[in-house]
Design a protein around this ligand. Sequence first.
Ligand code: NAI
Length: 416
Amino acid sequence: MTIVREIAGQEHDHVLAFRDEATGLNGFLAIHSLKAGPAVGGVRIQPYRSDLAALTDALRLSRAMTYKVALAELPCGGGKAVIVDHPGFKREAAMQEFGRFVEQCGGRFFTGPDAGVTAEDMVQVRSTTKYCADETSPELGDLAVHTAMGVWHAMRICLAAAKIEEPVVAIQGVGSVGMQLARILHENGCELIVADTNRKRARAAAKEFGAEMVSTDEIVSAICNVFAPCAMGGVISAESIPTLKARVICGSANNVLNAPEDGDELHRLGILYAPDYLANAGGIIRGAEYYFQHRKDSRASIERIGSRMQKVIELSVARDRGTSRIADELAEGLWKHPAHPAGQVRATQGAASPIVDLAAARAKRPVQPGANQTLAPAPPQGVRRDVIPGASRGAARDKRRRATHKRRRRDRIPID
Ligand code: NAI
């Protein structure tokens, strides 16, 4: 049985520690915001060196998710779960247990894959919760492919802005997204350099796309004109910036900048940075549109990542500010704007109520493995807006307001 503890979060609506002795499950769920709708965000599994490192990652990643969904104009908030990989981690059972925990959150957190998570892990999570993206659904598709396509749309704008005609792209990490990105770039005539701590993956990319393979120490400073971070965050830092050869940085990794000032430094040096949560939003756009808005196809929405990138570049030039600062301003403007669902709820919201009612959860029968198969794709009512604290207004009024606000936002905030 998973023990859940709520930790006081400063700017987060909820921060939960979860632990299950029997399976070795140990992790954190950070819900940055429930104000605009359910919190969405992947689950990440990493061999974190400490619980504090895992918690810090969850806090930062979930905040970035709020910015990501705000900029993509999705009716959701940001969340993220992180799980500590360690020798006593009984993966299969632990992922089922994690699914039960997600189920207990009652739709306030909707998850999917992130770094370190395999398709098999997702099968286990889905066996015990319906609040998890089902990538086996052909209509939803592979989220890593959608993410990679979004990165490409941001990158092609950056290439044009930086007047790069013969792109040489150094990809750091050819996992789920990096490999798909390599495929798209190869198809679009880019030359590739790859590195991965898993040398088998790097070799596979080298073989399939004729990429040059370099060591993981060399990739950041590889001789290229585009650097595509597709592994972990914090890779652009005061130490790494002086070693960069690239004129453009655009990849899928979250929290690429080690500190906000690193974005200013890139701007000062004339290195064009595609803000991470802008460029890597393709997967979440597809997931949210599929589960919450029932759209059959999200290609046009993912393509709009390109027009957002264009807008950010134009504002960056006009205001002489780094692209990361511009993206933050736009995201905050959208999220805090009274026209945004988050802005409306904020005005009426009191303190967040406890997210997991353990007594009630224990009383409930767990979801039987495979039971969600009959529910996939998750029905719209699977994500219950009525459990969002303070958001108990009628659905019809909600819908009317969102339609009006969508119109207003379209008129007032020239993102696309
Ligand atoms: P993944 O775990 O499938 O791939 C990451 C790859 O990076 C692995 O092959 C790993 O061996 C490699 N790697 C780790 N550290 C490295 C290093 N220091 N140097 C070189 N390679 C290294 O993860 P996935 O899903 O491809 O995600 C990659 C990044 O993109 C993560 O930061 C994730 O948060 C972000 N992201 C992923 C999305 C998705 O749809 N999967 C959506 C949005 C963002």
